[in-house]
Design a binder for this molecule. Structure first.
Ligand SMILES: [Cu+2]
Length: 377
């Protein structure tokens, strides 16, 4: 019975992934037709919707025997470059930034290919199951589509633009398995530990055709930012606190990605990443809440080098990765309460940066939009 339901929902989630726009429309109309309370197996005295921004991962647990499936669509926009805290334009990069990893004689000595913008679409599929009240298991896998636009400057110096080109990659990313372990719970407060493992299922040898400063169009392995996985087993530790009283909800989460290997099969490892988030939410009626959150993230640059990623472009330099970012997210959650939408939650969250200090030159993230659907049963 339960498995049957799960397959049905998994099927629905797959359909949703094929056409995010249709899915959006469906979710929207679903909400208009019915309004209802988020499912929660109920000993609660207060309404107990999940008052957490949809962009947060592993932020809640379930009661023994409960399942949840989810689909999130995330769009990320990066436009323009930054070095440290300052913007830097393509001409400046192409004429002044030294190229440390492309030292072949006769080749350009600066970064003659400059990325101008990038977009990323992520389709995130998740499942949660609670074998007991103190343990919730979570599995997640993402399908990613990345696109990066570049300017190629002609030859070894000067400001003449030779042309533009776009590279694309798409495919399944790494697989994340996480256990959420309850440490404390009373009427108002909840604390759990997050302990996850990321399996290197995403490809790290994606290729694309590029335009070189000499006017050639070879097919090369794409730089790190365009690859789909990390190539390493990664530990995903975290600690989550959430509280609620009346119509208010709040919480905080620390989460990290720690590489468990010094290098992957191609000779490098992504920098460790640490994030700290705090959020608050208010429930206006039983079917709607709004949320605000601040997230700070710090990530090291890439360690090691893939010898097949060699080009006069900033993204080929492992040092031009990581940095510090603080972002603000605003979200809306809608909870289905009765009939066929009971147990469903649809939510949207948009985040924008408040502060960026990037190991650069590096493309800067300007906006992230997450639209999600969760169903508990
Ligand atoms: Cu859940």
């Amino acid at each position: 019975m339960r498995m049957h339901k799960l397959f049905l929902i998994a099927g629905l989630a797959c359909t949703v992934s094929l056409n995010p726009l249709t899915a959006l429309a469906d979710e929207h109309s679903m909400h208009i037709d019915h309004e209802g309370m988020h499912h929660s197996s109920g000993h609660e005295t207060h309404n107990h919707n999940d008052l957490v921004p949809i962009g947060m991962m592993g932020s809640h647990m379930h009661k023994k025997g409960d399942w949840m499936v989810s689909y999130r669509y995330m769009h990320m926009d990066m436009d323009g470059n930054r070095d440290g805290t300052s913007r830097v334009d393509p001409v400046t990069i192409a004429t002044t930034e030294a190229n440390r990893f492309f030292g072949m004689t006769g080749q350009p000595s600066t970064l003659r290919v400059v990325p101008t913008d990038m977009s990323m679409e992520m389709h995130m599929f998740g499942a949660m199951y609670a074998p007991s009240d103190w343990l919730t298991l979570m599995a997640m896998i993402n399908f990613e589509e990345k696109e990066m636009d570049h300017i190629t400057f002609a030859g070894g110096m000067g400001t003449t633009v030779l042309g533009n080109f776009t590279t694309k990659s798409e495919g399944w990313s790494d697989t994340k398995l996480t256990g959420l372990i309850r440490l404390f719970e009373d009427d108002m407060h909840h604390v759990h530990a997050n302990l996850g493992l990321s399996l290197p299922t995403g490809s790290i040898d994606e290729e694309a055709t590029v335009l070189t400063p000499m006017g050639m169009r070879p097919k090369l392995r794409m730089p790190y930012a365009m690859q789909l996985g990390t190539g390493t087993f990664d530990l995903l530790p975290g600690l989550t606190y959430s509280g609620h009283k009346g119509d208010w909800g709040w919480g905080a989460q620390y989460s990290a990605e720690i590489r468990l290997e010094d290098e992957n099969s191609e000779g490098y490892a992504w920098g460790d990443k640490h994030s700290l988030s705090a959020w608050g939410a208010y429930q206006w009626t039983p079917w709607i809440s709004t949320s605000a959150r601040v997230t700070g993230t710090t990530q090291d640059s890439i360690d090691g080098i893939d010898s097949q990623i060699m080009a006069p472009v900033q993204t080929a330099d492992p040092d031009n990765y990581g940095g510090e970012v603080i972002e603000l997210g605003l979200g809306i959650n809608l909870y289905g309460q009765v009939g066929v939408v009971k147990g469903h939650k649809v939510a949207i969250e948009a985040t924008a940066p408040l502060y960026r200090d990037l190991n650069g030159p590096q493309l800067e993230t300007d906006m992230k939009l997450t639209i999600g659907w969760q169903y508990s049963f």
